[in-house]
Design a protein around this ligand. Structure first.
Ligand SMILES: NC(=O)c1ccc[n+]([C@@H]2O[C@H](COP(=O)([O-])OP(=O)(O)OC[C@H]3O[C@@H](n4cnc5c(N)ncnc54)[C@H](O)[C@@H]3O)[C@@H](O)[C@H]2O)c1
Length: 452
């Protein structure tokens, strides 16, 4: 099938690469022209494991453009995958979505086209995008009468495992109020639903993977599924962090408590890692958007609101723990291990490291930091913060009064902790992710503390 993808960020580029890889003809469009030039010349603007290899394999079916006139006419499916960043009120900024919808309306042709919201958008956005498309196509002078339906296909990929999540998803959700739109999307995803595509050698099909559940719903339900899923994951993390706080008070071990509850198949072990809480571009924004949407209907969402409050409290607890250990923060040097909001990505949006660094800088701390992948992005996006960036964890440790593990990159688990201890002015490590080997660090003479 012929597909256009609007927006070549983490979601759009992954989706485009995967759909081209399974045999569709895909045109990826972005208004960021330098980004498109880079993609055309084989450079990849984001870090995502295996993406370079998949793009290479998919290249015969893939083109990149900044021109709506090039990408849209003739596309049977048009995905909108533009950013929907949060506004101060919590509601997402829909400016990019509205620009994309208007441009699609100006270029769509007379053949039936399904326009799909893949961006995470508030409930009701499907109807709104439909009205924008109609409005912009009404102003056309070329006599074309567009024939389209709007659908929702929320994205559940996790950065760092985005290709795996797209080729071998837990489920695919499609929502539309017109049956023919659902049928088009079913045809598009059939190779993934039936797992009939030839798996890439570098990303083999999991042995237990036979078919992918396809959840086919109305528009509003698909839109709500995305928000409800993210809110649930966010509150699962906040729940374990709340229990973790109590565990600390009563002398219980939160890792063991989490394992003990997670083995209950009704609960499940994932997203039960206590620590400094979630970050990233989705959970904070999507929980805020859910609360804002509920507010429009006069509803409160106390559970989701509490999840947010607890998450922000976890960041304060980092500072509290450092204060308890060091007594005075002013004039201290503290090192952060990890800047990206999670391992295996270079994404710094809502990264806990940024919030923690700012809190420490505000208290007069000299902050040093390392990240295996995100240093360059940090330098270009957050240079003004005044964080001293280091090219190795040992350089961070040098002269530090404390190290905080913020992002649980594998690289940090296997550090030479004896050497780290020797480099530090005060051998104290605050493990914000329960990721390090406590015995190993203690043997190296490090005072090791976790946050839960
Ligand atoms: N990143 C994730 O892990 C993730 C997961 C699930 C859902 N989502 C949702 O998917 C959407 C996209 O997220 P992302 O992380 O890929 O964002 P992103 O910021 O990485 O990419 C968005 C891209 O859209 C482009 N763009 C903006 N306006 C445009 C326009 N009018 N026409 C063409 N291109 C335009 C931007 O230049 C940018 O390259 C968001 O709604 C997000 O909430 C993201």
């Amino acid at each position: 099938m012929r597909v256009a993808i609007i927006g070549t960020g983490y979601v759009g580029l992954t989706t485009g690469a995967c759909l081209a890889f399974i045999g569709h003809t895909v045109s990826c469009l972005d208004t960021d022209e330098p980004k498109i030039r880079a993609l055309k010349s084989g450079q990849i603007p984001i870090y995502e494991p295996d993406l370079e290899d998949l793009l290479e394999d998919a290249r015969p079916n893939l083109t990149f453009t900044s021109s709506y006139a090039e990408a849209i006419p003739g596309a049977e499916v048009v995905f909108i995958a533009v950013g929907t960043p949060p506004t101060p009120s919590g509601a997402p900024n829909l400016e990019y979505l509205s620009q994309a919808a208007r441009c699609i309306g100006q270029h769509i042709n007379g053949d039936f086209t399904v326009v799909v919201n893949k961006s995470t958008v508030p409930i009701g956005s499907g109807n709104w995008v439909g009205s924008l498309l109609r409005e912009s196509s009404e102003h056309r002078t070329d006599g074309v009468i567009p024939d389209f339906a709007v659908a929702s296909n929320p994205e559940f990929l996790r950065e760092g495992t985005a290709l795996h999540d797209s080729l071998y998803p837990d489920r695919i959700v499609i929502g539309a109020d017109e049956q023919r739109a659902l049928e088009v999307l079913y045809s598009l995803y059939r190779p993934i639903v039936d797992q009939t595509f030839q798996a890439p050698t570098f990303l083999p099909r999991p042995e237990s993977m036979f078919a992918v559940p396809l959840v086919s719903t109305d528009l509003a339900s698909a839109e709500l599924i995305k928000y409800a899923a993210n809110a649930f994951l966010a509150l699962k993390i906040s729940f374990v962090n709340e229990i973790g706080h109590l565990a600390e008070c009563v002398g219980a071990n939160i890792s063991e408590v989490a394992r003990g509850i997670g083995l209950d198949s009704r609960i499940g072990p994932r997203f039960l890692n206590a620590g400094i809480g979630w970050g990233g571009s989705c959970f904070g924004k999507d929980t805020a958007a859910l609360i804002a949407t509920a507010g429009e209907y006069g509803l409160h969402m106390p559970i989701v609101e509490a999840a947010k409050i607890i998450n922000s409290r976890q960041r304060d607890r980092v500072v509290e723990k450092l204060l308890r250990e060091l007594k005075i923060l002013k004039g201290r040097t503290i090192g952060l291990l990890g800047l990206a909001f999670k391992p295996n990505t270079d994404d710094l949006r809502e990264a806990p490291a940024i919030e923690i660094a700012q809190k420490l800088i505000d208290r007069g701390v000299r902050v040093k930091a390392h990240d295996p992948i995100a240093l360059e992005r940090f330098e270009s996006e957050h240079r003004s913060m005044g964080v001293h960036l280091c090219t190795s964890p040992l350089e961070v440790a040098d002269g530090c009064d404390a190290l905080v593990l913020v992002t649980e990159w594998n690289d940090y688990r296997d550090l030479d902790w004896d050497l780290v201890a020797k480099k530090m002015r005060n051998a104290f490590v605050l493990d914000g992710r329960h990721a390090l080997d406590a015995d190993k660090l203690s043997r190296a003479g490090i005072h090791y503390v976790t946050i839960s």
